[in-house]
Ligand binder design. Structure first.
Ligand SMILES: [Fe+2]
Ligand SMILES: [Fe+2]
Length: 268
């Protein structure tokens, strides 16, 4: 497996003034076999930043939507009609943010979404190319993750975000696992990637981990990454500065730990 390039088209943090950014995530993944867009943030930042980085979004084989929350999907309004999209069927459910009381799901109804784009809904993993896998519905196995959820569904109960998933890229040095918001738990997501690909080595884990304060989940997550000997971590989006700094401090020396920024290009 050859080189992999991941361009951060949007993150809550920004590289410099050349790049736009907003709360949300969008990544452009390039391998020797395929190019894939992962999430689109909540505005046109990904579109703007792709141009600045000289990337052509039309070359993407598909868009993978990590889940249906607005900060990963509202940017769909800037995506070319007819684009191929892979996501979990629950992406289209109605949901509301607990914090603001506002609707925070997809910017389209299921009907409008499927008529505007070429959508494949799948709870099962999908092999996108020789080396890129959509992870499907993540098995929630750990006892320290999935304790809190930021949204509710129509009947007022917790939106447990069963649609929350990621992708894995197989490389000769191990897996690169990418998470959107981490509602399924970042450790569960990595385990799912190992199961789906059959590859146990993990080179890097990257994206939103949904870790906001230093607590038991953070400690257990660090223990897990040490146990499976991850080599590189790129913390972004819904991972707080406090938690990112704690990861850096605890893992300093044993693992490369970096922040994600809009405009950052990572080569593996
Ligand atoms: Fe998010
Ligand atoms: Fe989310």
């Amino acid at each position: 497996m050859g080189n992999v390039k991941i361009s951060v088209l949007n993150d809550d943090r920004c590289f410099n003034d050349l790049f736009k950014h907003c709360h949300g995530l969008s990544l452009f993944v390039e391998t020797e076999h395929a190019k894939v867009l992962f999430d689109v943030g909540q505005d046109d930042s990904y579109f703007h930043n792709a141009k600045t980085l000289g990337l052509n979004l039309d070359e993407a084989k598909c868009l993978v939507l990590s889940h249906g929350h607005y900060d990963h999907s509202d940017g769909l309004v800037y995506l070319k009609e007819g684009s191929k999209i892979i996501c979990h069927p629950n992406c289209t459910i109605w949901r509301r943010a607990k914090k603001t009381g506002k609707y925070n799901g997809l910017p389209y109804s299921k009907e409008d979404f499927t008529s505007r784009f070429d959508v494949t809904f799948s709870k099962e993993p999908v092999k996108i190319s020789e080396d890129i896998y959509f992870l499907g519905q993540i098995e929630r196995k750990t006892d320290f993750e999935c304790k809190e959820f930021p949204s509710t569904i129509e009947d007022g109960s917790d939106d447990i975000a069963l649609d929350d998933t990621g992708i894995a890229i197989k490389t000769s040095r191990g897996l690169i696992v990418i998470s959107g918001c981490g509602h399924s738990g970042i450790c569960n997501t990595v385990e799912q990637a190992r199961k789906v690909t059959g590859c146990k080595e993990v080179l890097a884990v990257l994206g939103g981990f949904h870790l906001k304060t230093i607590n038991n989940q953070v400690e257990k997550t660090i223990e897990y990454f040490e146990k499976i000997k991850v080599k590189e971590l790129y913390l972004g989006h819904c991972t707080s500065d406090e938690v990112c700094d704690y990861f850096k401090q605890k893992l300093n020396g044993s693992m490369k730990v970096e922040f994600l920024f809009a405009g950052l290009v990572i080569k593996f």
